[in-house]
Design a protein around this ligand. Structure first.
Ligand code: HEC
Length: 170
């Protein structure tokens, strides 16, 4: 408002400045209203909004592109037997959901890579040089590159609540 009175001596340009200020004022008012509105949402609904929003964000938004399609195919071939839907059929406390990964200290791509490469407990390692043998998968081993992709894939899926794995792999 102070600005308005200061500018009101500059003839013709005066009008448009006023107009701009008005628009800006409206935008601020609207933003404040939105903040109020968001704050007034019930906490559970707010949690849902926060939880759901990353699904709309493609990985590209974070500057990282991962081949979800290939990750999902690999996961369907090697992991889904025990981790269908990101769960864990043999060890319910060690799912691939964020809260378990965090609790078990496997919530970084490096750790997911390590567990997938070398195995852990009843989880067989899939790395080409996984040792000792007893800890490693009997079947085909995975390339380090594929394990890296799987680690990014698992991490991303965990953050998003496993949206890409609903069907069994072929
Ligand atoms: C034969 C069943 C089996 C298969 C196949 C399997 N896992 Fe696991 N996985 C497990 C078990 C059991 C654990 C829990 C190990 C532990 O904590 O002792 C586990 C744990 C994990 C964890 C850590 C989870 C946590 O919350 O601590 C990750 C990450 C993981 N697996 C990724 C994979 C990936 C990626 C694949 C596919 C390449 C895969 N797993 C295939 C059985 C399996």
């Amino acid at each position: 408002m102070q600005l308005l009175s200061v500018t009101s001596g500059y003839g013709g340009s005066n009008l448009s400045i006023k107009g701009n200020l008005k628009v800006e004022e409206n935008m601020i008012a609207q933003t404040q209203w939105e903040v109020k509105f968001i704050k007034s949402l019930a906490p559970p609904l707010m949690a849902a909004v926060v939880a759901l929003s990353p699904i709309c964000n493609t990985p590209i938004a974070t500057g990282q592109t991962i081949d979800i399609q290939r990750g999902s195919t690999l996961f369907g071939q090697a992991c889904i037997g025990c981790h269908v839907g990101g769960g864990n059929i043999t060890q319910p406390g060690a799912t691939l959901y964020e809260k378990d990964l965090q609790r078990n200290g496997v919530d970084t791509e490096e750790e997911i890579y390590r567990v997938t490469y070398y195995g852990k407990g009843r989880m067989p390692g899939f790395g080409k040089e996984c040792m000792p043998r007893g800890q490693c998968t009997f079947g085909a081993r995975l390339e380090a590159e594929d394990i890296k992709l799987l680690a990014s894939f698992v991490k991303l899926q965990a953050e998003q609540g496993w949206p890409s794995i609903e069907t069994q792999g072929d």
